[in-house]
Design a protein around this ligand. Structure first.
Ligand code: GTP
Ligand code: MG
Length: 220
């Protein structure tokens, strides 16, 4: 009887759990974003916005009415990027965070015709493009929804989201094999102020549910 009751209780209280990876170059704002998401889903916690570069990973599970989101924030430094791929096969969505103040004017086309430009004009645009391409082309991320966040939109020197979408993201996604087989979206945000964080989480929740047959959740 005890086991039956326990089983029923577990069944009634368990929820689906989906894993989300936060990826992006070092200093993009991944850990700050995780802090904001955690604080937004806690009644007591304030975000710790004094981050240090992540060496390894941070992980937090947030409880939503109909699911758990287990969010993995992985260090973006060059030497740590090799670790990312070990998370791909078990993730349900990827958030690729871009520092909107460190990509020149986000115009990929200008990279290939650098007349009159020096490297400083581009920030880390080329590096950002290569790293995003690498994520998309890995076979373990095939079909996984990808949310690109144009972060640091609170700063005056940021590139606006439409430019990032048209000049950088669309071109990288067009180069992807198989074209439009995955859900993707580009959204503006400021991890520092929290603007756009709710919209990002909402998009993730809807897409992991839609993609449930291809990548089933675990029950918890
Ligand atoms: N102005 C502004 N600064 C931000 C924003 N998000 C992050 N930062 C700052 O950018 C710096 C790096 O933020 P982190 O969250 O530590 O970056 P990260 O992507 O986790 O970096 P790694 O752990 O090295 O991969 C910190 O000084 C943050 O305060 C933002 O939306 N606006
Ligand atoms: Mg970090």
């Amino acid at each position: 009887m005890y086991h039956l009751m326990k089983g029923l209780y577990m069944y009634a209280t368990s929820k689906e759990e989906f894993s989300v990876l936060l990826l992006g170059l070092d200093n993009a704002g991944k850990t700050t974003l995780l802090e904001q998401i955690k604080a937004a889903h806690s009644t007591t916690q304030h975000p710790n916005l004094k981050t240090v570069p992540t060496v390894g990973q941070n992980v937090s599970t947030i409880s939503l009415p109909d699911m758990y989101l287990k969010i993995w924030d992985i260090g973006g430094q060059h030497s740590l990027r090799g670790l990312w791929q070990s998370y791909y096969s078990s993730c349900h969505a990827i958030v690729f965070v871009i520092d909107s103040t460190d990509i020149g004017d986000a115009e990929l086309a200008k990279l290939s015709s650098p007349d009159g430009h020096n490297e400083d004009d581009f920030g880390r645009l080329e590096e950002c493009k290569l790293v995003l391409e690498d994520v998309l082309l890995n076979q373990d991320t095939e079909g996984v929804p990808v949310l690109v966040l144009a972060n640091k939109q609170d700063r005056e020197d940021c590139v606006e989201v439409v430019r990032i979408k048209e000049g950088l993201v669309r071109k990288v996604f067009e180069g992807e094999k198989g074209g439009s087989v995955r859900d993707s979206r580009v959204l503006p945000c400021s991890a520092l102020t929290g603007t756009g964080v709710t919209e990002a989480v909402e998009w993730l929740c809807s897409r992991v549910k839609w993609n449930k047959e291809a990548r089933p959740p675990t029950m918890r």
